[in-house]
Design a protein around this ligand. Sequence first.
Ligand SMILES: O=P(O)(O)OC[C@H]1O[C@](O)(CO)[C@@H](O)[C@@H]1O
Length: 395
Amino acid sequence: MTRGVGPGGDPLESPSRGFAPPSGEPEPLGNGPGDYGRRVLRERTPTLITEVRDRHPYGPEQRRALDALLEEIASGTMRPLGEGAPDRARWDHWGAAYFGRPWADVPFLWWESYFYRRLLEAVGFFTPGPWFWVDPFEYWKSAELRDATVAVPAAGERQALLPASLWGNQADLGFLFGAAGGPDASGGLVADDGALVWSALDAGGPNHVGVVADNAGRELLADLLLIDHLLRTGLAATVTLHLKPHPYYVSDATTADLVACLRRLAAADGEAAAVERRLSEAIGTGRLRLRAHAFSCAPWSYHHMPADLAEEFGDLTLTIMKGDLNYRRLVGDRAWPPTTPFAEVTAYFPGPVAALRTLKSDVVTGLDAATLSSLEASGGDWRTGGAHGLIQVRR
Ligand SMILES: O=P(O)(O)OC[C@H]1O[C@](O)(CO)[C@@H](O)[C@@H]1O
């Protein structure tokens, strides 16, 4: 296992260094015919730009910038961030191999992350002025949170907590902008290491658990119930909750979204309000620690994580990675044969790690051969439809 240092004083890791992926790894997933990335690039991304433009009273400057982004993605070449962007140097470094090329030539994981950064640029999110730090996705996030029901399982019923946190991941608002609409029904679990997750925590202590959050709203509510359980029962001495430092992938949870969820819990009846009180107190005492690391919005897999993050994950009893994008970043967004062991592709990760994810993109690992053949025989969109889930762990 090798670890590099960040470039030019930047605390984030150089993409060319970091933890080595297993040798002989398959190509990064792209945007060719049949690739899921192509659908996202051609369908979801333009719809999202148009929706963001239509839902806000933006002035001519923001509208022009959104239209230019639409055109650049459809038929132009990828350009760097504008002068004056606070993170321009970092992205110039990261994007050196991609800028000046058509978007479709750039790996899916990379371009989609950069797309969200460019969308924020277009709407003036980082520019001091009237739209400074106005979340372009707040409209959808708050609607989803309003509709969410809060169901606190009875004390002692911990078995429901992992599936609730997992299936909460269906509430990815990016699906609103897909041609096929959102996931409909549960296709069940294609891998279920749930018992191993609990036994990793039951083994002794004190446990220190990381939760790398994904979506706001009902997914984060379910995550918070899980975190409350871990803290309340003493199964975790501390929990570190990783949020996004700024809006990302439509519904990814920021600190503002966490606050909204806590208020939602406080306003609900009975036990939910008690959960909010306990969590707020735990944040106050430092038992529940919030992180919003810049690498959480980086276009790279965790193989390239910076040293400070690697050290943190290495100190944890277990890190729980939520959602599809974190899964892609954990295993590497590559065309792995689906029976490649999860333990093998995550061996580089600096501590025990679990993934709770609904399947919403091409990558998957750790399936047994029988499960894979019945999924293939189903003829359905099982890799990307969001109707299947998995719980995997590497201790
Ligand atoms: O919210 P999640 O579970 O990370 O899912 C987001 C997924 O949706 C997509 O953004 C598709 O638009 C995938 O690229 C990504 O993996």
